[in-house]
Design a protein. Structure first.
Length: 268
């Protein structure tokens, strides 16, 4: 199954935090045995996800599975829990019996809550114990209910956030830049965004490298193609590439290949 082209979320239960954590954590999710069986029965399957620059934790509640990050494949054992950045294409090779609990942060969210920069995570798969206490991980994995796992993690993250809470100028500036880009219809260039935010192109570039780990041009181009591709898949006949700043469909198709590594027709 491929993200955007197929609804991979139908295999999971989701919870989006509110309050103080809402700006930093996109969601908590857990594999649903019932929905997985409904959609894939007893077959092996893969989950392919495109770059998002979002720190993501995977707690393994079930049997071993394989994880490909860029060109490298990793064997994830039952007692292994990992943290990745998702700065490249990620693919999980699953069994119907797999059970995975996911925590997906927004860019900069890991640093805002835990004081951990996402930059060292680029192109790596690290043990989750480097970010979360081993005792907390075990308590979360031993909990009986999805809601209980969420309660444990939210309590810990709120405590940590309040300890680390401060005026984070870098993260706030990057968040405002992304918000301004989205409000513009995903068409403003980094230099135009810098003008809107009364900053220089050098400043916006430096802040993105510090918080996200890549240039604003690269990150924002991925935000644009992700949104455009979602729109295209939802309504191909009504899709207007010009609404996303593309000159024509050829320009859009070229960006799809650059982002996904495949032509649109290959996923149909």
């Amino acid at each position: 199954m491929t993200e955007i082209f197929e609804n991979i979320k139908k295999l999971y239960r989701f919870y989006a935090p509110a309050g103080e954590l809402a700006d930093f954590i996109e969601f908590f999710a857990e594999s649903s045995a019932e929905e997985t069986y409904r959609h894939v029965a007893n077959s092996r399957f893969t989950i392919k996800m495109f770059p998002s620059w979002t720190p993501t934790c995977y707690l393994n509640l079930g049997p071993p599975y394989q994880l490909t990050v860029g060109p490298n494949r990793y064997a994830i054992q039952p007692n292994t829990d990992v943290l990745i950045l998702r700065n490249t294409i990620v693919e999980r090779f699953n069994l119907p019996t797999d059970s995975i609990f996911t925590i997906k942060f927004y860019p900069g969210g890991l640093e805002a809550i835990l004081g951990i920069s996402q930059l060292p995570l680029i192109n790596k798969v690290v043990r989750l114990e480097t970010a979360l206490p081993a005792s907390l991980i075990q308590r979360v994995k031993q909990a009986n209910q999805f809601e209980e796992r969420i309660a444990l993690l939210e309590h810990f993250f709120l405590e940590q956030y309040r300890l680390h809470k401060k005026a984070d100028h870098y993260r706030t500036f990057v968040a405002n830049t992304i918000g301004t880009f989205e409000a513009s219809g995903l068409v403003l260039s980094p230099s135009q965004l810098a003008d809107r935010l009364f900053a220089t192109s050098r400043t916006i570039n430096r802040y993105f490298h510090r918080v996200v780990g890549t240039s604003p041009k690269h990150y924002l181009s991925q935000v644009r193609i992700r949104a455009a591709l979602l729109d295209y898949v939802a309504d191909r006949k009504g899709f207007l590439c010009e609404a996303y700043g593309y000159y024509d469909m050829s320009h859009f198709y070229k960006d799809v290949v650059k982002f996904t590594g495949q032509k649109v027709g290959q996923a149909q």
